[in-house]
Design a protein around this ligand. Structure first.
Ligand code: UD1
Length: 424
């Protein structure tokens, strides 16, 4: 059985280049399905989720290839309309092919998605929006199927600013007849990135990145080339690694403006964070102070940085309260961190962290991509060694996480551990 083994090695220092955003790349390659021909997406991270998505697209008939971080997706005149269950079960984002396939083919069957187990993760808003555009939706035992001879523009009010629903509806609306307005749309930079790609394909999307997105449907789209926006969550994870180890790390290839609230929280906790145009220098200054954090859709504090911040707060003076508003089950890092000596517990949708507890090395288990990354960060400051089981969760979203931390001075290796370690 595979694991990350992390030992304390003092402050991290050096530079790290941040990759393109996972949550953008996955949708961009799906959007390529909207046009016949070869689209190219650059700055795509080398992560396991992308490989699964490539399998989904290949199953639909696309020819997917990559040269370094440039992915080409060549889409034939006729594409399949059903996603493969085995792959979809491993990747929630696979649901995002529903919108583009329906727009392109008039029907789409998506195997019900998997991905991180961090709450109920419904798709009712995706489906309700498609129905508003004239689709009929039916459920099978393990799939959902949508059909529409021609989608028609509609006014859609989202109950919650869901990232996935906004993106799926956007990809459906670009080829619908007439205008679609999505109110209470997600404002994440990845949504704006998707809209920019769609516009490069010939779509007419306005207002992406604001709460109201307007899409005028066009008949045909053409393939396009696009550069993926930097991954703000990867950047935030390395920022916390620098902060918690009391180190100094320069992040390259970031958009600091996408991390504003996270940086405010780091500064309030006593960390220096210096933003350049595309760089961010994060510097520890000794004593950390506790801060309260509330996760919310963008521009609120990202839920995808919540577990990493728990590690930082476990080392900060005072008591901090972290409130999780986006996912109802995103607390798995708490129990694992507690096994390492953190004084943290869940109360309703709050996590209470009493800080300045010495972390001790233990055998812990990654249960999702961000919780896994957080446990690795905890290992940086624990009296080692810390063994993080199930590192494949981390591979889903971070390219060569261990190697890049090692380049910053961390003592981390990936190796086989006896199976009984998993029983711990
Ligand atoms: C995306 C990101 C994920 C991030 C999340 C919130 C990808 C691949 N994943 O996930 O990393 O944590 O945004 O920033 O981009 N919901 C419903 N009904 C729906 C849709 C969503 O109830 O139809 C609920 C979900 O259960 C969840 C909340 O809304 O509690 C937020 O979900 P959403 O914003 O859709 O997240 P994802 O797109 O799944």
């Amino acid at each position: 059985m595979d694991a990350f083994v992390v030992r304390p090695a003092g402050p991290l220092s050096g530079r790290v280049r941040v990759n393109g955003a996972k949550n953008s790349s996955l949708k961009l390659v799906a959007a390529a399905l909207l046009a016949e021909g070869r689209s190219v997406v650059r700055n795509v991270p080398d992560i396991a989720d992308m490989r699964v998505m490539a399998g989904v697209l290949a199953h639909l008939g696309a020819d997917v290839d990559h040269d370094g971080d440039a992915w080409s997706v060549d889409v034939p005149a006729v594409v399949g309309t059903a996603t493969p269950p085995a792959l979809a079960a491993r990747l929630r984002a696979s649901i995002c092919v529903l919108g583009p396939l329906l727009a392109r083919c008039g029907r789409a069957r998506a195997a019900l998605p998997g991905g991180d187990r961090i709450g109920s993760r419904n798709i009712d808003m995706h489906l309700g929006g498609l129905e508003r555009m004239g689709a009929t939706v039916e459920f099978g035992p393990d799939f959902v199927e949508a059909r529409a001879d021609r989608l028609v523009g509609a006014d859609i009010d989202l109950e919650f600013a869901s990232v996935g629903a906004t993106e799926n509806l956007l990809m459906a609306a670009v080829r619908a007849a007439g205008t679609t307005t999505i109110a209470n749309a997600a404002r994440e930079p990845e949504v704006a990135d998707l809209a920019a790609f769609l516009n490069a394909m010939g779509a007419d999307v306005r207002g992406a990145g604001t709460p109201t997105v307007e899409v005028r449907g066009v008949g045909e789209l053409r393939p396009a080339t696009h550069q993926v926006v930097p991954d703000r969550i990867e950047a935030g994870t390395f920022a916390v690694a620098a902060a918690v180890s009391d180190g100094e790390v320069e992040l390259e290839g970031v958009v600091p403006g996408h991390l504003r609230l996270a940086l405010d929280k780091l500064r309030a906790a006593g960390i220096e964070a210096e933003a350049g145009d595309t760089t961010l220098t994060v510097r520890g200054r000794g004593a950390l102070r506790g801060v309260d954090v509330v996760t919310l859709p963008y521009p609120g504090f990202p839920t995808d940085l919540q577990p990493q911040f728990l590690v930082l707060l476990s080392q900060a003076a005072g008591t901090s309260m972290v409130t999780e508003n986006v996912f109802d089950g995103r607390f798995s890092a708490v129990a694992e961190l507690a096994r390492m000596g953190a004084d943290a517990y869940v109360e309703g949708h709050h996590i209470i962290v009493r800080g300045r507890r010495r972390l001790r090395g233990a055998t812990v288990r990654a249960t999702d991509v961000r919780a896994g990354a957080a446990l690795v960060l905890a290992g940086l400051v624990a009296d080692g060694p810390t063994v993080v089981l199930d590192p494949h969760h981390v591979d889903r979203g971070y390219a060569d996480f261990a190697g890049r931390l090692r380049a910053l001075g961390a003592d981390i290796e990936r190796r086989g551990v006896p199976a009984r370690a998993g029983a711990a």
